[in-house]
Design a protein around this ligand. Structure first.
Ligand code: GLN
Length: 493
């Protein structure tokens, strides 16, 4: 029985949904298999904050009684959702003490869409508090460990989502990406993650961090699975005024018809392939580009000249938006309230001091500072101007190429505790991911192998122009077909 369960959790999402639709596997069996895998791996990985075993089993049983519904592309498939997305009746903490007891009365649109497609929400995934971080060490509850090496971080802020998928706890997870939080953990955990074009997926029910940057996206073990989940969650939503009213293409068809890269121009930004790359990362990403060439692609040198300003620009804008978004957590309307406070002002102060962790407080203070009247022009306005230049860099580059490739991160996953003492070192992990959010464009991280020395996964980023998800999925699939698939994560074998 136990072996059988592991066999099931090893399946891809596309395979399991086929088995479920054909009634060769019952929804209950799929849920049980994942729950057994969670029980076996969670003590080591700690990817989750809340497991809804009872609810998921009850949903599965009710679904099995009626039988598969072929109009539902994810019928019976267990998935896990980052704890920053509201789930009706299930705790949603955002990895923060501030929301320790918060149980939302509604589903985020992306969650509702997953359920409409027949998916079963199994658990909520751990994350950096309010999605602020690159390692999941900023969770107020516990850090998550990398399934490839339990002494290393899974990346962040969607580290729980990245780790749970790699550990086989579910067939897919949702993450969110404000500055790389889907792509970084996907790359560190050997998975596929997509940050969609801003406006592709509704942000309704995503607890806001940087509203002009945040997007929800799939995190899976392969490209076809990511396409399937993206398909389910995409589309216009009247409840998010920034979601776009555009038809949703058939992403899986784009993946299925991927056939080489003949005639494709791949932009290679010199700023992404230069100094500061770990040897292993450089070697594997370059090998993947050789593969692209052998598949018919042409590699075109391009430049994204404002890359060196991206980190400063991003952290000013993200912190400014965070300081405003997090003002709602005041001890009155949501979440934690300090009961010992003696006056209203003291109540605000103590609730926020005790409810928020260090990194969140650091960002609220910095964000408030850059928005303050004496400094607005020097920081926030300037950052907004540089943001425009960064977007123009991409426009310019895409006049010479179809997609852009580069490493997802300069290094592989680093040891726990390695960067917690120095926030700037942590921020530097985002150098290759944040420009994309500033420009609102889509990007995907694809595993391209294991580092020779570290044995850790390396991710290649494939970036596309606005609404270019089909293109980057198809490029990713063509490469994936040629690359050696990763083995199972060592630390859980
Ligand atoms: N590491 C970045 C930050 O801390 C990105 C986080 C994210 O994408 N949510 O802000």
């Amino acid at each position: 029985m136990a072996d059988n369960m592991t066999e099931l959790t090893r399946k891809t999402l596309v395979d399991i949904r086929g088995l479920l639709a054909a009634r060769q596997v019952a929804a209950r069996e799929a849920v049980q298999a994942c729950l057994a895998r969670i029980e076996a791996t969670e003590p080591k990985v700690q990817a989750l904050l809340h497991v809804d075993a009872e609810g998921a089993l009850a949903t599965a049983e009710a679904m099995d009684k009626i039988g598969p519904d072929t109009s539902k592309p994810l019928w019976g498939v267990p998935v896990i959702v980052k704890d920053v997305l509201t789930t009706k009746g299930l705790p949603t903490t955002c990895g923060s003490r501030m929301l320790e007891n918060f149980v939302p009365p509604f589903d985020a649109t992306a969650v509702a869409k997953l359920k409409d497609a027949g998916a079963i929400i199994l658990a909520k995934a751990n994350m950096d508090e309010f999605a602020m971080g690159s390692s999941t060490e900023n969770s107020a509850y516990h850090p998550t460990r990398n399934p490839w090496d339990l002494g290393r971080v899974p990346g962040g802020s969607s580290g729980g989502s990245g780790a749970c998928v790699a550990a086989g706890q579910a067939f897919a997870a949702l993450g969110t990406d404000t500055g790389g939080s889907i792509r970084l953990p996907s790359s560190f955990c050997g998975g596929v993650g997509i940050k969609p074009t801003y406006g592709r997926v509704s942000r309704y029910g995503l607890v806001a961090y940087g509203s002009s940057l945040d997007q929800i996206g799939p995190m899976t073990r392969n490209v076809a699975d990511a396409a399937t989940v993206l398909q389910a969650i995409s589309g216009h939503d009247p409840r998010d005024s920034t979601s776009m009213d555009l038809p949703v293409p058939d992403y899986l068809a784009a993946v299925d018809s991927a056939d080489g890269l003949k005639g494709l121009r791949i932009g290679m930004p010199k700023e992404y392939w230069g100094q500061g790359l770990d040897q292993e990362v450089e070697t594997l990403c370059k090998q993947a580009m050789d593969t692209a060439k052998s598949l018919g692609a042409e590699l075109v040198p391009v430049s994204l000249p404002h890359t060196e300003y991206a980190i400063a620009t991003y952290y000013i804008i993200a912190m400014a938006e965070a300081s405003s978004n997090l003002a709602r957590f005041d001890g009155v309307r949501y979440g934690f309230r300090d009961k010992q406070a003696t006056s209203l002002l003291d109540m605000y102060k103590q609730s926020r001091t005790k409810g928020f962790g260090d990194e969140v407080q650091r960002r609220i203070i910095t964000g408030t500072y850059v928005l303050s009247s004496g400094y607005y022009d020097a920081y926030y306005r300037k950052a907004a101007q540089v943001r425009r230049l960064i977007r123009q860099d991409f426009e310019q580059a895409y006049s010479q190429c179809d997609v852009i490739c580069g490493p997802a991160c300069p290094t592989v996953a680093f040891p726990l505790g390695d960067k917690t003492a120095d926030p700037l070192q942590m921020y530097l992990m985002d150098i290759f991911t944040i420009s994309l959010n500033l420009a609102g464009l889509p990007g995907l991280s694809l595993p391209v192998g294991l580092g020779k020395d570290s044995g850790m996964p390396v991710g290649l980023q494939i970036l596309g122009p606005a609404w270019g998800e089909e293109k980057i999925l198809s490029v990713a699939r063509s490469l994936e077909k040629r690359l050696e698939p990763l083995p199972e994560p060592r630390a859980l074998a």
